[in-house]
Design a protein around this ligand. Structure first.
Ligand code: HEM
Length: 203
């Protein structure tokens, strides 16, 4: 019996890492463009003009990669009754107390919430970003809304990604390796995503 099971397909990993790289580039260059105090960051990425030219393209590629993930995962990210209980008891999960917390499917309720938060935020980032990119096609009111909405959504996304980064690297050992290599051990699957493990294990 094989000890490893597939958690993420090659296509899932490519779309995830494409979105992650573009997000990080867009986040750092966005901070450089946003505040004169952070403009020094542009030096790390080739200077102000380069950053101004590439920031929107990185945002666009990020949106496309996230769109691919959305199409693939939206169906699996619906919250069920166990997820509601999981969320109500998430303070126990945070303290590593597992008693009374329902087993998770392929994604736990926290991951599902993060998915919807990032998807909604990315949608409004794209919309407002397009208005800022092509100001001549939008009315003045839309431009004003876009200028306000873009940094608000960027802050929400960056805050979410800091939590996501912590959860998927330090808090849950083995998760990062799954997103790199595509597989997890049967023990990892059973302990972190019990319902999903039984589905793929067929027992
Ligand atoms: C910044 C560096 C990032 C790292 C190190 C990282 C790492 C990971 C890892 C290890 C997983 C697998 C979790 C598991 O096996 O359960 C994952 C899943 C996922 N990632 Fe990322 N990620 C990053 C950035 C992003 C970005 C920018 C997005 C999109 C906005 C994103 C969206 C997702 C989604 C939707 C999932 C599936 C649900 C979840 O596990 O939360 N990730 N990520």
């Amino acid at each position: 019996m094989t000890t490893q099971i597939e958690r993420f397909s090659f296509a899932e990993r490519v779309s995830h890492w494409t979105s992650a790289l573009c997000f990080l580039y867009a986040a750092f260059t966005g901070l450089a463009l946003w505040s004169p105090r952070l403009f020094w960051l542009s030096g790390v990425f080739g200077g102000g003009e380069t950053v101004r030219a590439w920031h929107p393209w990185a945002g666009l590629i990020f949106s496309v990669a996230l769109g691919v993930m959305f199409k693939r995962w939206a169906g699996q990210m619906q919250l069920d009754q166990d997820d509601q209980v999981w969320l109500a008891k998430s303070h126990l999960y945070a303290q590593h107390i597992e008693a009374g917390i329902p087993e998770s499917g392929r994604f736990n309720a926290g991951q599902k919430m993060m998915f919807w938060l990032q998807s909604a935020s990315a949608f409004f980032l794209l919309l407002s970003g397009l208005v800022i990119w092509f100001p001549e096609v939008a009315p003045r009111s839309a431009r004003l809304i876009a200028i306000l909405l873009h940094p608000v959504c960027a802050s929400v996304s960056m805050g979410g990604i800091i939590v996501h980064f912590y959860m998927s690297t330090l808090a849950v050992p083995g998760a990062l390796s799954a997103m790199v290599h595509g597989t997890v051990s049967r023990g990892w699957a059973r302990s972190h995503h019990g319902k999903w493990f039984r589905e793929v294990d067929g027992r």
